[in-house]
Ligand binder design. Sequence first.
Ligand code: 8DG
Ligand code: MG
Length: 163
Amino acid sequence: MEPRVGVGVFVINRDGKFVLGVRKGSTGSGTWALPGGHLEFGETFEECAAREILEETGLALKDLQFLTATNNVMKAENKHYITVFMGATVVGDNPKPQLLEPEKCEGWEWASWDDICSMHEAEARAADSQNYEGKRLFLPLTSIFQQRPGFNPIQQYLTRQGN
Ligand code: 8DG
Ligand code: MG
């Protein structure tokens, strides 16, 4: 079995927050993740990101940029993903993510990078990680902290945009 490619998208709104939701029914069920999905054969990262976000949230994206990638071995689930993280600006003034695949996600919220950092820190601090009852991040997000220390999606996005 070979690793598969997953694409996770930082969908950035005017407040510099991202869409985040609790996964349901598949890999990483119960954990907080960015919207995204499998890279399909022949697709570009940009095409995959725009397609998955439209399918899952109804949001349209512009100015897509590659941000970073992580390597994720999900031992318990016997899965291995290379996750490509993309960044994009949401189209529209104050659009709301719709829950278009309710069997795959509990609901969408807007979260800042600080929120995600706090979730990671609380989880990492938990003495008894097995019985930790706080919010847990999907492994590809946790891997950013472990594999790409200092990464900040907004800074990276602006750098890539040439700002
Ligand atoms: P698809 O099979 O329809 O293409 O995808 P999906 O129905 O949207 O499934 P998904 O579980 O959301 O995404 C497919 C896999 O992509 C998922 O099982 C693991 C991988 N993946 C990553 N990183 C990320 C991420 O940040 N967000 C999401 N949603 N999936 C990710 O490796
Ligand atoms: Mg998905």
